[in-house]
Design a protein around this ligand. Structure first.
Ligand SMILES: Cc1cc2nc3c(=O)[nH]c(=O)nc-3n(C[C@H](O)[C@H](O)[C@H](O)COP(=O)(O)OP(=O)(O)OC[C@H]3O[C@@H](n4cnc5c(N)ncnc54)[C@H](O)[C@@H]3O)c2cc1C
Length: 456
């Protein structure tokens, strides 16, 4: 028997024959990422059904010296959820049970393969909410949002995923199971391993269960879509609402060019009476429509606005469909979009975006720049359409160097993955990278988890 056959047999012993996929036609959906830019061969896709099975798969792969890429919904945007050199894809989607919702302690305990949408529904059924939301909610998993420390639409109100995670269970590189699960608001014993695993991008351990903090559901919610001349004007409108004492649940932005793509892709009507250079989508709570209208009327920066009761408002589609619309536009050009998720200090957001358009336009004359993102965190998703594959690195480099010039971060929320690993030294010192490498060695001495992700 050849070595791969032995490995496949051992994996089948661990999870059952039907949950080890090795035929290329079946594994294709697991070996190409959401952007279509990242893909690679795999020895097998393995779909364990319990923590014990995850542990056994890790032991088998470690003994065979084969890399393991943990995978949830495969919606990650930095190339970290797919194999490159034949690693085993450890897909967690069969771990899909909600274990409990504690409406007094306000926590939700679930297996890592539960989708964000399923967790949100379970929380809603108990009159509560998950503080993390993102457009990929139907596919993205709890393990995935923890592993990437996902941001999303509600960071302005609840913080990133790290602020919601109060416990994890994870399988370590030797197959041992680590469980930090007290759920206590105060538990100050030792290193914060839960915080460390959050955002570790599959490089330190496989997360098998998650204990999330839940939040009260907002009341008297209004959603407003506001047309403004610029990002600076959008920030002015956001500040006016904060100053008026309105609770900001979400503050998102996009521009006229992105809106045109969204309208074309989804066949949506123009949302306001006229077109504007920039749009601000605000979700506010503890307010009436009149309260919001009064503040918007007082802002000279507001061109036009529409306000309606939320949180489920049709206005959200104009913002949430941007990722999908950009992908559709890229597909029609025959080359995936170059996606660069970054953040800069708020006062520099406008000048950063102006410079990106100018510099990219000068260097790559046929490229379209579409940006949108999470306004309150200065988080811009820069999408470059029409960049040939051979120039993708160069285009990314151009954008990331501008980010650093503006005092920003090369990854606001999507992580580093494989896509941005090369640029880590732009924002992390040698001592910082060495400390992270030491952590990696301590958790995963043989380097079996997600080789080539995050660290040089
Ligand atoms: C339409 C769209 C909108 C998006 N919007 C946002 C947004 O607003 N904010 C945001 O932050 N991201 C956003 N994303 C990116 C993506 O959805 C998030 O990164 C999400 O957290 C990934 O979850 P996943 O289950 O799909 O993980 P995957 O894509 O499968 O994996 C992502 C990373 O996590 C690791 N991983 C996954 N599961 C585990 C596990 N159980 N244990 C250990 N490691 C694991 C993988 O190895 C990989 O490194 C968006 C993506 C799309 C397609």
């Amino acid at each position: 028997m050849r070595t791969p056959d032995v490995l496949l047999r051992r994996l089948a012993d661990a999870v059952g024959f039907e949950h080890v996929l090795s035929d290329d036609t079946v594994t294709a959906g697991y070996t190409t990422d959401w952007t279509g830019r990242w893909h690679g061969p795999t020895t097998a896709v393995v779909r364990p059904g319990s923590t014990a099975e995850v542990s056994e798969v890790v032991r088998v792969c470690a003994a065979a010296g084969v890399g393991v890429v943990p995978q949830g919904g495969n919606t990650g945007l930095v190339g970290a959820s797919v194999p490159v050199h034949g690693e085993v894809v450890l897909n967690l989607r069969r771990l899909n049970s909600i274990e409990s919702v504690d409406s007094v302690g306000r926590t939700l305990a679930a297996q890592a393969g539960v989708t964000v949408a399923t967790a949100q529904q379970a929380a809603a059924d108990a009159g509560l909410m998950v503080g993390v939301d993102l457009a990929a909610r139907e596919s993205a998993t709890l393990g995935g949002i923890v592993a990437t420390n996902a941001g999303g639409l509600r960071v302005v109100r609840h913080g990133t995923t790290r602020a919601q995670v109060v416990g994890v269970e994870a399988v370590l590189a030797d197959g041992a199971v680590l469980r930090r699960w007290t759920g206590l608001a105060k538990d100050n014993v030792g290193y914060d391993l839960v915080g460390l695993l959050t955002g570790s991008e599959g490089t330190l351990a496989v997360i098998t269960k998650v204990l999330l903090r839940l939040a009260p559901r907002p009341v008297r919610v209004q959603v407003a879509l506001v047309g403004v001349p610029s990002l600076d004007a959008a920030l002015e409108v956001l500040s006016a609402n904060v100053d008026a004492g309105h609770t900001v649940e979400a503050a998102e932005f996009f521009h006229g060019d992105g809106l045109a793509l969204v309208r074309e892709t989804l066949g949506l009507h123009r949302p306001l009476g006229a077109d504007y250079p920039t749009y601000l989508l605000l979700e506010l709570s503890n307010v009436s429509e009149d309260d919001v209208a009064a503040v918007l009327t007082g802002c000279t920066a507001v061109g036009d606005a529409t306000i309606g009761p939320g949180p489920a408002s049709r206005l959200w589609a104009y913002r949430e469909s941007h990722t999908e619309a950009v992908s559709a536009a890229a597909a029609s050009l025959g080359t995936p979009a170059v996606k660069v998720d970054v953040s800069v200090p708020l006062p520099r957001l406008q000048s950063f975006e102006d410079e990106v358009r100018a510099v990219v336009g000068a260097r790559f004359s046929t490229v379209d720049v579409i940006t949108y993102g999470h306004l309150a965190e200065g988080n811009s998703h820069v999408n470059l359409l029409g960049v040939p594959d051979t120039e993708a690195e160069d285009a990314t480099d151009t954008v990331l160097r501008l980010v650093v010039d503006h005092g920003g971060s090369i990854s606001a929320e999507h992580g580093v993955g494989r896509a941005k690993r090369r640029w880590l030294p732009l924002v992390r010192s040698a001592a910082d990278v060495a400390a992270m490498q030491a952590v990696k060695r301590a958790f995963d001495p043989a380097g079996i988890f997600s080789p080539g992700v995050l660290l040089p």
